[in-house]
Design a protein. Structure first.
Length: 345
């Protein structure tokens, strides 16, 4: 199945049915009176998060979604049937925006969450509704309320606990295949990963979802390579694992390139907890490993893990560190961030 994470959809609610103006006409009944029924209510448009979808590909081919209109009222005080609702079923983690792409309508982050996007029109009153002791033969009937229409933007942001970032060919897909049951495409050319890949990782008693994102190059925020729009899938991550290819000569420049792209993208990605790891140490002479590690630690100002996605060396230590960061994020969601300690003399 192809991956699609942004879609534009035209939606419309149902119009209300018109009220009916009619009078009772039966033999031997001299004063039948008004008996026009009310119109039915138009259908609403809802958005619902479901757990059996993982892409917005359905809305590449179904770009119009319209609820049914209510039926008109009829004689004998028969009320028109209500129109059926239209339900926009989307993957968990979908954000819905107005047509400008910036005004957020809702964020469907939990399975089963439902939000009304458009309300159907009310049905009009028939003339039977207006009869009274002083108006015994009303000829008035109201039309139904018109439908509402708008264009919305769907943006899918994958629900993952941790994200894998780095330059192309940094070994991200190999690492994901090593630590989970996911089977991403692995090859010796850049941009092997064209769409985000998810894998479930188990470390001791902790399970978490790891997302492998396509590689970034210099100028990705300006559209170079695959661009940086896939970084949106890391916005929900609690931690980021930054893999640096240890076999390249300019490891510090590679690290700074990714950091610059995160800063340019914004949305708080550069402030997320980052675990930095030097990958492919199985292909580096042992005399150079310590030197490259020291250079990377000096440039980043943080400890650097050593690992090999091919041989598995050092992978367990990185996973435990990731699991710790994920557990911290989950604890904050359950209990909220720890309050700052009050100063006292």
């Amino acid at each position: 199945m192809k991956f699609l994470d942004i879609a534009k959809v035209y939606i419309a609610s149902g119009a209300g049915g018109n009220g009916c103006s009619s009078f009772r006409r039966e033999k031997f009944i001299e004063y039948g009176g008004p008996n026009g029924g009310n119109g039915g209510r138009g259908g609403d448009v809802w958005a619902e998060a479901v757990d059996n979808l993982n892409t917005l590909i359905d809305y590449r081919y179904q770009q119009h979604l319209t609820a049914r209109s209510g039926q008109h009222g009829m004689g004998r005080e028969m009320t028109g049937a209500n129109g059926d609702d239209a339900v926009l079923r989307v993957p968990v983690g979908t954000e819905i925006y107005e047509e400008d792409g910036e005004t957020l309508i809702c964020d469907l982050a939990e399975t089963g969450q439902r939000v009304m996007l458009l309300e159907g029109g009310n049905g009009g009153f028939g003339n039977a509704h207006f009869k009274s002791s002083t108006n015994q033969a009303p000829r008035r009937a109201n039309p139904g309320q018109p439908a509402e229409m708008k264009t919305i933007i769907l943006k899918l942001k994958l629900i993952a606990d941790a994200g894998l970032i780095g330059r192309p060919n940094a070994g991200k897909s190999t690492f994901l295949a090593r630590v989970s049951a996911a089977r991403p495409k692995i090859a010796d050319y850049p941009f092997t990963t064209l769409t985000p890949q998810l894998g479930v990782v188990r470390v001791d008693a902790t399970d978490f979802v790891l997302a492998d994102l396509p590689g970034l190059i210099e100028g990705a925020h300006e559209g170079a390579g695959l661009g940086d729009r896939f970084l949106g899938h890391a916005e929900r991550c609690g931690a980021i694992l930054h893999l640096v290819d240890g076999t390249q000569s300019q490891i510090v420049a590679a690290y700074k390139t990714i950091r610059d792209e995160l800063e340019a993208y914004g949305h708080g990605l550069s402030d997320k907890p980052e675990i930095l790891a030097l990958n492919k140490i199985d292909a580096i002479p042992k005399a150079l490993i310590a030197r490259k590690r020291a250079a990377l630690e000096k440039a980043s100002g943080r400890p650097v893990f050593l690992l090999s996605g091919v041989s598995g060396e050092g992978v367990s230590g990185v996973l435990r560190k990731l699991a710790d960061e994920v557990e911290k994020r989950r604890a904050e969601k359950r209990h909220g961030p720890k309050p700052a300690l009050a100063w006292s003399p």
